[in-house]
Design a protein around this ligand. Structure first.
Ligand code: F6R
Length: 612
């Protein structure tokens, strides 16, 4: 996730771009850059670090005069944060400059073809291939070149493009990444999000997928990929600036919950490839051959908090799909317990921030013992990403709310991919099973969308529990893993005491805490365990509990013993946690909201725990 701003008109472009980018820093902040047409040529400046650095080196934009320009604040995906990888990227002659948000999934074969044609790449980004492709197709007609390039590209993009020989124009295009176009009396703007341009205009045009916009100082036009002009009506934005940064959502947490479908697409689709009709998993970042993967005898997953909970799910999925033994450890325990690490072990550390002190220490401890470490990390270029032997990035983009939602979902998706890869190379998964898993994986984003659509129903239910003292979450097997995460979400943001229990374990002590009206959330998604969990529900009901069940549509029997049921759409039994977590996140969010808690910044917590 990156931020894009562009301006063309009567004013100086650079200060407007810097001002807009500052309001998009929540989308990325590891480097930034601008390209401005100075009357003769396109000038480009880039800086690593926060936007402030770019502001300083350009003296607030003063050193880049010109009335037509584009800018970018980066959240690294392909290639670590560096000057070379920062946007804008240009063709070799510097006559075409572009900024990009999204992921070009087929950039590797495209890059290879362009290198064969003699193009020289200077960055590690997927974006640079677009600059060279535009150069290759350019015959003085920008629209023609852009549509030709975009026909060849797979993945997602929002683009702002300058052509030196069309100095009075900015070209923009989008597919599956946000981009809006604004207009005022002085000129036209593009931006990834409304807050960037709210100060300059409230008149915006929403671009549809696979549309190209041409912005001039005093006019705007939109085109389809067939270069047909498209008519568009402007919309008026009536949000205040704060609401705009959250895209109209009340909190970042809610916004990030809604970003989960996109996050899963971004994490999965570049790695789940179609090879001539057959699906295959390609995880280039693993840096391990199929033979090396086959030689792994045991996996240790190490992480903290929600990332640890993702690891607990990972254990069930990896053991189930690849029949490989998995141990899961809390990083703070692992680092001091002198773990037994045999040859042939692989350690997987999971971390959103990539800076969690205990997880980093666990990584170092494992490496010092000669064990290969794979990181599943969200922040590109973070300490864990750099120090791990290999790193599988979760492309969730910046997560602002302290309580993780979308990064957790992306971690699950990354673990599914790994489990399928291991299952494949170890010969455990048949072609039919692999196909069915791939199909289920592809359906998850839409199914999550459906569940998010139930937010009002969950809010009404949550409002009945604002005064609860204790809330318990129970489940068996993989449902226990999601109970852990559901319980953590609730307690960290609502400050209601909550515990998660393996459903069969409750009667060994904890059941004494159940009294009249205590809410028990029972998760039951594994058909072979439906009956067992129903028995546990009956046990707590007999002690006066009120039961909310989260289960599959087919498990109607649960209705007879529960007070409230949330049904999940059908998926592969190993992937149910990606769906079950949605009502649990919504429940936690609405309980916290109803109690007047600071949802995005719960007390006593920090987003990144860099101390032991
Ligand atoms: C809970 C939460 C924390 C983190 C934990 C690890 O919502 O966000 O429990 O999961 O602090 O952080 P990372 O993933 O950055 O290592």
């Amino acid at each position: 996730m990156c931020g894009i701003v562009g301006y063309i008109g009567k004013e100086q472009a650079a200060p407007i771009i810097l001002d807009g980018l500052a309001r998009l820093e929540y989308r990325g902040y590891d480097s930034a850059g601008m390209a401005v047409y100075d009357g003769e040529k396109i000038c480009t400046r880039k800086a690593i670090g926060r936007l402030k650095v770019l502001e300083n080196i350009t003296r607030g934009g003063e050193s880049m005069p010109g009335t037509c320009g584009i800018g970018h604040t980066r959240w690294a995906t392909h290639g670590a944060p560096s000057q070379r990888n920062a946007h804008p990227h240009t063709n070799e002659a510097g006559t075409i400059a572009l900024v990009h948000n999204g992921i070009i999934e087929n950039y590797i074969p495209l890059k290879k073809k362009m290198e064969e044609k003699g193009y020289r790449f200077v960055s590690e980004t997927d974006t640079e291939v677009l600059a060279h492709l535009l150069d290759y197709y350019y015959r003085q007609d920008p629209l023609e070149a852009i549509t030709k390039v975009l026909h060849r590209v797979e993945g997602s993009y929002a683009l702002g493009i300058l052509f030196a020989d069309h100095p009075g124009e900015i070209y923009a295009a989008r597919k599956d990444s946000p981009l809006i176009v604004g207009q005022n009396d002085t000129g036209c703007l593009i931006a990834s999000d409304v807050p960037a341009i709210l100060k300059y205009t409230r008149t915006v045009y929403y671009m549809e997928n696979q549309e190209v916009a041409v912005l001039r100082g005093d006019s705007l036009s939109f085109y389809s990929m067939d270069e047909e002009e498209v008519a568009k009506e402007p919309a008026t934005i009536d949000w205040d600036a704060d609401a705009a940064e959250k895209a109209g959502y009340e909190h970042f947490m809610l916004k990030e919950m809604y970003e989960q479908p996109r996050t899963i697409v971004d994490t999965v689709s570049p790695r789940l490839r179609d090879n001539g009709g057959e699906k295959d998993i390609t995880i280039e970042e693993l840096n391990m051959t199929d033979e090396e993967l086959k030689a792994v005898r045991k996996i240790h997953i190490v992480a903290c908090g929600s990332a640890y909970h993702a690891g607990v799910t990972g254990k069930y999925v990896l053991e189930g799909l690849a029949r490989i033994p998995v141990e899961v450890d809390l990083a703070s325990e692992y680092r001091y317990r002198n773990p037994l690490l045999e040859e042939g072990s692989l350690v997987i550390v999971i971390s959103q921030s990539g800076e969690t002190a205990d997880t980093l220490a666990a990584l170092r401890e494992s490496k010092a013992r000669g064990i290969r470490v794979l990181g599943i990390v969200n922040v590109v270029g973070s300490s864990i990403a750099r120090e791990a032997d290999a790193c599988l990035y979760t492309w969730a983009g910046p997560e602002i709310a302290v309580a993780t939602t979308k990064a957790y979902s992306a971690q699950l998706a990354a673990l599914y991919l790994l489990a399928m890869k291991f299952g494949r190379v170890r010969g455990v998964l048949t072609d039919t099973e692999f196909r069915s898993l791939s199909d289920s994986l592809k359906c998850l984003p839409d199914q999550i969308e459906l569940l998010l659509g139930q937010k009002q129903k969950i809010q009404r239910f949550a409002n009945r529990y604002l005064g609860a003292r204790d809330i318990f979450f129970i489940g068996r097997g993989i449902d226990y893993a999601i109970s852990l995460e559901g319980s953590l979400k609730l307690k960290e943001i609502s400050y209601i005491h909550s515990e998660a229990y393996a459903a069969g374990e409750l009667k060994h002590g904890t059941i004494s805490l159940i009294e009249d009206g205590t809410l028990v959330v029972a998760v039951s998604t594994q058909p072979e365990l439906y009956q067992k969990t129903i028995s546990n529900i009956v046990e707590v009901k007999a002690r006066g509990a009120f039961v909310m069940a989260v289960t599959n549509e087919e498990n109607k029997a649960v209705e007879k013993v529960s007070d409230y049921v949330v049904y999940l759409p059908g998926t592969h039994p190993r992937f149910t946690n990606s769906l079950a977590i949605i009502p649990l996140q919504l429940f936690a969010y609405y309980v916290a909201l109803g109690r007047g808690c600071d949802v995005d910044k719960p007390r006593n917590l920090a987003k990144s725990v860099t101390v032991e």
